[in-house]
Ligand binder design. Structure first.
Ligand code: ZN
Length: 493
């Protein structure tokens, strides 16, 4: 049998009564052994009042109880568990539900008047009252969180939590893994599954030492705002030290969304535009549906969601559009782009290409900055030469110059970023031009999967409004807009 011992002294106990932890520990442990325990774990709280339930030792003991790590608990008296009767009832009830036998040291508790009272009250306490106590305990954690503290159950990969101080800090070796996961995901052609595999191959331990990495865990890490410093607890966001910069994080979110959208659609029956079509009338994603029409099987897309769990059921009456019709329209658009790649570039990247060349603006800013520096030097010179009559106005002027300089430097940084993006885009256009030439030559011979990856490389979204005619064959009643994939713009303001 495994036993646990819980000991506690408040500062008062020590001062007034000379009680010590060592004494309690010894007495409780020897009682546990007399009762047949082979293994005794000691949980202790020193100098902590018994009026609060937020005690590290107590929390650990209750956690161990829930995990079934011991079968007998020895404490000197019920007061060690809590000063408050309600809390004593709660804890003892909780322990007994875990199948743990309670042993109070000082006397045979059940045979004393207090003991009998204790047990009879406990038997009588209504479930809703216990709920109220639990509620208050939950609120205690919430309260702590609202005050900017971290509740006890902060258990997040990459961080460690100190229950003594309530402080969260990095766990360096895990932090490094988080950084790797985000970098791989945002800069390589790798998914959550590939990352999990790589982590396992590299022998990177999970938080639960024995476990292996699973793509779901990787996805959870990639989607957790805790890594940009915002930990979600109930309805609150609590600040913690960030691990990932926001740009990287939002790039990861974009990729996660894209993956979700692409695989949301059904893969059966070869739907070229699975997950890419949005119904302009109801906002749903349109997915492939294989349906019978006048005895004939037809491939269609629909915004109608018949299965459980969708908030938006889609258009009423249900809207179906022939797959061939819309796929032909989109394919036609892609061919047009490939024949004229500059047009694709214009459509996809028009916003950035259209802007004036940031390099010119940078040159102007550089000139302003040089002027400001000259001005600063001149003013400092005046002070150095001892012309102190106008010292206040000079200081004011210097502050003003400093502010202007900072503003310009910030703008310059933004422009430099825009510059880099522009260059990347031009490189990308060249790349598309090359690819399109080689694809055009064999466009009609492409296999379905090749076609689909081409569609996914070039098309960001297809928006459809209006209704097709069931069994009809034209585009007369629907309106198709094909949006080219726009490389992400991240010019911050
Ligand atoms: Zn719809």
């Amino acid at each position: 049998m495994r036993a646990a011992v819980y000991i506690r002294v408040s500062t008062d106990d020590q001062v007034k009564h000379g009680y010590s932890l060592a004494e309690q520990r010894e007495a409780c442990c020897s009682r546990a052994r007399i009762l047949g325990a082979q293994e005794v774990t000691v949980f202790s709280d020193e100098g902590i009042s018994g009026s609060t339930l937020e005690r590290p030792g107590l929390n650990e003991m209750r956690e161990a109880a829930r995990e079934g790590r011991f079968q007998l608990l020895v404490v000197r008296d019920a007061d060690r568990l809590s000063r408050k009767l309600a809390h004593q009832l709660l804890i003892t009830d909780e322990l007994e539900k875990c199948g743990i036998k309670l042993e109070f040291l000082d006397f045979d508790w059940k045979d004393t008047p207090e003991g009998r009272l204790f047990y009879s009250i406990r038997g009588a306490i209504a479930e809703y009252e216990r709920e109220k106590i639990r509620d208050r305990m939950g609120r205690g954690k919430e309260q702590k969180a609202r005050q900017g503290g971290i509740p006890i159950n902060f258990d997040v990969f990459g961080y460690q939590y100190d229950p003594e101080t309530g402080k969260v800090s990095y766990l360096e070796h895990e932090k490094k893994v988080v950084v790797d996961i985000f970098n791989w995901f945002t800069s390589e052609d790798i998914g959550a599954n590939g990352i999990a595999k790589r982590l396992n191959e590299n022998g990177i331990p999970t938080r639960r030492r024995a476990g292996r990495w699973h793509r779901q865990v990787v996805k959870q890490i990639l989607a957790n705002t805790v890594y940009i410093g915002l930990w979600r607890f109930k309805d609150m966001l609590i600040k913690v030290p960030p691990i990932i910069d926001e740009n990287t994080f939002y790039r990861a979110q974009e990729k996660l969304r894209e993956v979700r959208r692409l695989y949301a659609g059904k893969q059966k029956h070869g739907y070229l535009l699975s997950g890419l079509i949005t119904c302009a009338d109801c906002g749903n994603t349109m997915t492939g549906a294989y349906a019978r029409w006048w005895g004939k099987r037809e491939r269609r897309y629909t915004c109608n969601k018949t299965c459980q769990g969708y908030k938006n059921e889609g258009c009423r009456p249900a809207k179906y559009i022939l797959a061939d019709v819309i796929e032909e329209a989109v394919w036609g658009q892609i061919q047009a782009w490939l024949i004229d790649p500059d047009r694709l570039a214009r459509e996809a990247m028009g916003q950035i290409i259209g802007q004036s060349d940031p390099r010119e603006q940078i040159m102007v800013i550089n000139k302003h900055l040089a002027d400001i520096e000259k001005g600063q030097e001149a003013l400092i010179d005046v002070i150095a030469k001892g012309y102190l009559d106008h010292i206040d106005s000079i200081k004011k002027k210097l502050t003003e110059l400093k502010r202007r300089k900072e503003k310009l430097e910030k703008r310059k940084e933004e422009l430099l970023l825009a510059c880099r993006q522009r260059e990347e885009l031009f490189a990308k256009i060249d790349e598309i031009r090359e690819i399109s030439e080689s694809i055009l030559r064999r466009l009609d011979d492409l296999a379905f999967t090749e076609k689909r990856s081409l569609v996914r490389a070039l098309v960001k979204q297809v928006i459809v409004s209006g209704r097709g005619v069931p069994g009809g064959n034209g585009l007369r009643f629907i309106n198709v807009t094909v949006l080219a994939k726009i490389p992400e713009q991240r010019i911050s303001s």
